[in-house]
Write a protein that binds this ligand. Structure first.
Ligand SMILES: [Ca+2]
Ligand SMILES: [Ca+2]
Length: 423
């Protein structure tokens, strides 16, 4: 039962087949070693600086194109950190609309690329029937710190299975809204949903929120989505084969997409999609767990007959993966660092593990080989990372918001004084 306390990650009890799976993994290790190597490049000076505390169940951190941070509380609140304080009145309160459990609630918010002019933002939450909702709201005229709760319109509300929601919303460099829905849980994707074309579970979706702005469904399908027409998958689907892609992000410089997918028993992974991808990738679950053959041949009877077998070249392997041997159990993916305060992190992807609190920075060492270095700081129960407007990185364990910083800069930049409680 070691995973019962991991929120958002759908890591419930281990089930009865663990011994079998561990046995299978041994041969998989021999066949396909983990891709994550370790490098050393000197990150000893990194520090976690507390920004504010006293939060509860923080699920996401983002910005709206200005210096404020917008924080989602799982109970259904969007809060604002204005640079000095946590504003007492929530930006948005939809707590009456949201279900609440380990994995359920308000899971993220994303602001329209033209938010400054149209005031539109989007939320991903589980409703009182526990189904995912992607909804649009508007800021009130005249008060940038308050949304209009009556402005909400629902874009999508697909039926779900109570777990593995995914939950991240991000606008891509193409201006389209991306989100992923996990396989629904609980374990081992019992219906092979992530590989079933007719279900949205285990898929990443891409929609155009600038179509049908004033009429339902308040979005449209980008004409170059990979499955437009031709029956299943749905036209909204962008990529398939995920378990619980709790967090994903775009590199603000290159547009590359990094998707952290929470594993089952063996592997935590980060999948990659280069900018300019035309979509349609199959990231493997539940045939593959990372580069490990999760569902051995022949194909599980739950999966469609057309599902590829283990190690099929049609699967896209992760660029980063790690096992559970040291107590790690659940990846919380972050961002490619593009800030200025930590030059040694420039271009690195930061990520962590919920169970151990270990944090790493991974960099592309060439030829698509990513190597990871452990950071000297840790954050147990890390629930999410976020990016400020300036590219600086934030992270949280749900109750305290931290800034990833370099002590060498704390006393030299004039803003980040030694008294960190002041900001
Ligand atoms: Ca289709
Ligand atoms: Ca995968």
């Amino acid at each position: 039962m070691r995973h019962d306390f991991a929120p958002f990650h759908g890591l419930l009890s281990l089930g009865l087949s663990l011994a079998t799976l561990v046995g299978a993994s041994a041969s998989a290790h021999a066949e396909r070693p983990a891709t994550r190597g370790l490098a050393t490049k000197g990150l000893a000076d990194l520090a976690l600086v507390e920004v504010t505390s006293g939060l509860t169940d923080l699920t996401s951190i983002t910005h709206a194109g200005d210096e404020r941070l917008f924080l989602t509380d799982k109970a259904g609140f969007v809060r604002i950190w204005d640079g000095d304080s946590l504003l007492p009145t929530p930006f948005l309160d939809i707590s009456a609309l949201t279900s609440f459990s380990l994995e359920q609630g308000l899971l993220s918010v994303a602001f329209h690329p033209d938010y400054a002019s149209n005031g539109y933002f989007f939320v991903y939450y589980s409703d009182n029937a526990t189904d995912p909702v992607i909804a649009r709201y508007e800021v009130t005229a005249g008060n940038p710190d308050l949304a209009d709760p009556a402005s909400g319109v629902t874009l999508m509300n697909p039926p779900h299975f109570g777990g593995h929601y995914g939950g991240q919303l991000q606008f891509g460099p193409d201006g389209y809204l991306y989100f992923a829905i996990g396989d629904g849980g609980q374990q081992q994707d019992p219906d092979c949903r992530a590989q079933t074309p007719g279900l949205l579970q285990g898929k990443m979706l891409r929609i155009d929120v600038d179509q049908n702005v004033d009429t339902p469904p308040h979005y449209g399908i980008p004409g170059d989505n990979p499955f437009v027409g031709g029956g299943d998958p749905a036209d909204e689907v962008w990529a398939i084969g995920f378990r619980n892609p709790w967090r994903f992000s775009f590199d603000r410089l290159t547009g590359d997409l990094f998707i952290s997918d929470v594993g089952q028993f063996e592997r935590e992974e980060v999948s990659f999609q280069a900018t300019g991808s035309t979509g349609g990738e199959n990231y493997g679950w539940k045939i593959m767990e990372g580069t490990f053959c999760f569902d051995p041949d022949p194909i599980d009877v739950d999966c469609p007959v057309a599902t590829p077998s283990c190690f099929d070249p049609s699967f896209t392997d992760p660029i980063i993966e790690y096992d559970h041997d040291s107590g790690d159990c659940s990846i919380t993916g972050g961002y490619i660092y593009r800030g200025t305060r930590n030059p040694e992190l420039q271009g690195s992807y930061v990520y962590g593990d919920w169970c151990t609190g270990k944090l790493w920075a991974a960099s592309d060492s060439g030829g698509g080989n990513w190597t990871s270095e452990p950071l000297t700081v840790s954050l147990p129960a890390i629930t999410t990372w976020g990016e400020g407007v300036d590219g600086e990185i934030y992270l949280t364990n749900g109750s305290t918001l931290y800034h990833l910083s370099n002590p060498a800069s704390i006393f030299s930049d004039g803003f980040e004084s030694g008294d960190t409680s002041a900001w």
